[in-house]
Each structure stands twice: as C-alpha cells, then as structure tokens.
Write a protein that binds this ligand. Structure first.
Ligand SMILES: Nc1ncnc2c1ncn2[C@@H]1O[C@H](COP(=O)(O)OP(=O)(O)O)[C@@H](O)[C@H]1O
Ligand SMILES: [Mg+2]
Length: 262
C-alpha cells in the first residue's frame, strides 16, 4: 500500500467571474520517506492540491488516501509550512513553537523540552526567548518548521516555503531540511518555483500544467544521498535540470500554439 495516494482528484472553483478547473484528474502515489517536488506555472493548481492533501479543502471528485484511509479533515500526521510565516509577534520563539500544543492543552515540561530540542534541530539554540521581529526571514522560517515538527508529522507539505528568502539562506535551509528529513524520515511534498531547488531536494519532480491543472510530466532524480551543494555543479545535475526545463518549455509552447488557434 502506498503511503499517500492521490486518486483522480479534481477541483473547480465556480464562484468567480469565470469558472476555473484548478485540478483535473490528478493521480500519483508517494512512498514513505520520499521527497517529491512540485513545479509548474502559477495557477496550475499546486497550492490547491496541497490544501486538499492537507485536508483544508475538499476535492469535487477523487480522493486522497493516507495509508489507505481517506483524508477528509486536517490530520495530525500532516504538517503544513506556507511561504508566509504566521508567527505571533507578542510571543517568544519558544512560546510560538509551543503554541500548537498549548491549544491542544498538552503543555507540560516534556513539551517544553521537545520544543527546545526542535529549536536546536533547526539551528536556533539561544533564540528561545527572542521575539519574531528580532529574527531574520530565514530564522523565522526555521521557527515555523520547528512549530510544524512539534506534532511529529509523518508528512510535511511545504508551499514555496523558502520563496521569500535570499539565495544563500535558501540553500542553507534546503540542506537543513534534508538533514531533518533524514533524522525524522519524513515524507515531504514541496512546491517550488526553482528548478535547481526542485531537483536538488527531490527523489521525484512532478511538473504541473495549467488549465486544467494536472501532472504533465514526472522525472525521477537519482542523485545519491546525502545530497551536498557540490552536486549542483555536476554534469548529471545539469542534465536533470535541463530535462525539467525542456518539459516546461514544451508546456509553454503548447500554450502559445493554443493562443494562435483562437
Ligand atoms: N479560493 C479560490 N477561489 C477561486 N479560485 C481559486 C481559489 N483558489 C485558487 N483558485 C484558482 O485556481 C487556480 C489554481 O490556483 P493555485 O492552486 O493557487 O495555483 P498555483 O499554486 O499552482 O499557483 C488558479 O486559477 C486560481 O486563480
Ligand atoms: Mg501556489
């Protein structure tokens, strides 16, 4: 049984001026421990799909199965990291990481130690009592990651989590994300707009096309693990990013041809 199965998921938004088929019959499977990157143009339904997998939105048809069980609501095994960091400015870093447990009434000494351990894991030892505004963007995104990991999710959904960060910070966080994934053997699905980032992180890259949003191509990334930044300079890495780019260019030319037909 696959860890996660996306089975013929379709979703339309019909309330607006023009109905949008955000997703059309999207199907794929993810094995436990796999890192899957989602790439595609804006509006191809990547965020919609992540929200459906996260149980924040219901599909019109089709289903998402986590270890065989249909997901119909937010699930404790699934953690979500968005691009914007929604930390509470009046709470310290430690208090922010503890917030999910506090809401569930599970705040105890153990919880505090777990939060401290997670802050150490994301490289923020010494910042427990700082406030969000005292931290850089990259540090704030680490706090969000620690807060998400406090639930011990088996599946991490990340929607352009590092999109707002500078390139160097982003590279460092990518490496840390892979390290955390190794330690906690988490399954990750991450949306990104960066082809090199998608390839560097993933076991598999899924490429989305728009109108309707669907998976148009899939590429297995066979770079050895653990990954290190020097691999990005290898010929093989170059070939893989080139292949992804070709798929995306094909898509773009299809869209252009369609425009000419009108
Ligand atoms: N809540 C919503 N109401 C109406 N349309 C939406 C809503 N969410 C997304 N859409 C539309 O669905 C399509 C896919 O959006 P989205 O999943 O955000 O794409 P992506 O994340 O790939 O950029 C877009 O055309 C978008 O405008
Ligand atoms: Mg999006």
């Amino acid at each position: 049984m696959p860890f996660l199965k996306i089975d013929q998921v379709s979703k339309a938004f019909i309330g607006g001026a023009r109905p949008v088929q955000a997703l059309q019959a999207v199907s794929f499977e993810v094995v436990a421990g796999e890192f899957v990157s989602l790439l595609g143009p804006s509006g191809s339904g990547k965020s919609t799909l992540l929200r459906i997998i996260g149980g924040l939105l219901a599909p019109d048809t089709g289903a998402v199965l986590l270890e065989g069980t249909p997901l119909i609501a937010p699930h404790p095994e699934i953690g979500f990291v968005f691009q914007t960091t929604n930390l509470m400015p009046w709470r310290t870093i430690l208090q922010n990481v503890l917030l999910p447990l506090e809401i569930q009434g599970k705040l105890d000494e153990n919880a505090t130690q777990t939060a401290r351990d997670l802050l150490a894991l994301v490289g923020l030892t010494g910042f427990e009592d700082a406030y969000p505004k005292q931290l850089s963007g990259g540090m704030r995104q680490r706090v969000v990651l620690a807060r998400t990991l406090i639930h011990r999710p088996q599946l991490l959904l990340m929607d352009e989590p590092f999109g707002a960060l500078d390139a160097l910070t982003r590279e460092r966080l990518n490496l840390e994300l892979l390290r955390i994934q190794q330690i906690q053997t988490k399954t990750v699905i991450m949306v990104t707009h960066s082809i090199p980032e998608a390839v560097f992180l993933a076991d598999r890259v899924l490429i989305f096309g728009e109108r309707p949003g669907r998976v148009v191509a899939e590429l297995a990334i066979d770079l050895p693990r653990p990954r290190h930044l020097a691999q990005m300079g290898s010929a093989h890495f170059g070939q893989l990013t080139m292949q992804v780019r070709q798929h995306i260019d094909e898509l773009a030319s299809m869209v252009e041809n369609k425009t000419l037909d009108y």
